[in-house]
Ligand binder design. Structure first.
Ligand code: FPP
Length: 248
């Protein structure tokens, strides 16, 4: 058992031998957090990105292997242009600083989503960040950018059809593995635990295929207020669940 003495008040004891391999987070509540403080929504996103940095490092310290975060969905383009522009600026800033911020931390960054639909400058930074962190063997941080799960599934279906037409595979060969291999998350195990702060209890087009047997954990705390203690609470709760994967 792993005891975090500085969190003693509420005893956030977790079992280091039963950690979720893959944690996914919908970083929700930035806008409401900002509004309640009379701040702009963009400031909420900025605070959200600071929390992301802290939680990424904490997951890495804990020994979590994969952390997937929903940073920008295919539906988020519907927001006012000023908010979208500010989010893109924030992403660009995050990506530009990533090499320095992650230096010596052995963290790998991977972007999942429709990269070609992102602004060119962001695409370039994504390529750079993925390249410099490629050999890192610790935590893999998957950033879902311009990500939509239905879009991902349609894309996988198209790739399968193309492979069938090109004679690379036969229709009858198509199974869950061949399908998974054509998702943005290829090579990444399915999430064990999905965390959604801010009180909302929906999946919002995130990892629909991959979350077939994922354990959900919801909290009323807004993402900018999300602390290490909340993560430990989610993990402890996860460790008390009985995962049956359809069995008994
Ligand atoms: C949802 O909160 C959050 C987003 C749409 C964007 C998430 C982005 C970040 C946490 C920061 C950017 C990330 C990086 C990597 C720089 P919301 O705006 O829908 O909040 P609301 O539901 O309270 O309005």
């Amino acid at each position: 058992m792993f005891n975090f003495s500085r969190f003693k008040k509420t005893s956030y004891e977790i079992d280091k031998n039963n950690l979720p391999v893959h944690i996914a987070i919908i970083m929700d509540g930035n806008g409401r957090w900002a509004k309640r403080r009379g701040l702009s929504r963009s400031l909420g996103h900025r605070e959200g990105s600071n929390v992301l940095k802290r939680i990424t490092e904490f997951c890495s310290d804990l020994g979590i292997k994969y952390l997937t975060v929903y940073a920008f969905s295919t539906e988020n383009w519907k927001r006012p242009k000023s908010e979208v522009d500010k989010l893109m600026d924030l992403l660009l800033e995050y990506l530009k600083k990533a090499e320095d911020e992650l230096s010596g931390k052995n963290i790998r960054i991977k972007v999942i989503g429709d990269k070609k639909g992102l602004p060119l400058e962001i695409q370039k930074q994504v390529e750079r960040v993925e390249k410099f962190s490629r050999e890192n063997t610790g935590l893999c941080l998957n950033m879902a950018l311009n990500y939509g799960s239905r879009n991902e599934i349609i894309n996988a279906a198209k790739l399968l059809i193309k492979d069938c037409n090109d004679g690379k595979i036969k229709v009858d060969d198509i199974d869950e593995n061949l399908f998974s291999d054509r998702l943005y998350t290829t090579g990444i195990p399915d999430p064990d635990l999905l965390i959604r702060p801010s009180g909302e209890q929906r999946i919002s087009n995130f990892l629909l295929w991959q979350a077939a047997y994922t354990e959900f954990w919801y909290s009323n705390v807004m993402w900018p207020d999300f602390k290490k203690e909340h993560l430990l609470e989610a993990i402890r709760d996860y460790q008390n669940r009985n995962r049956r994967f359809g069995g008994i």
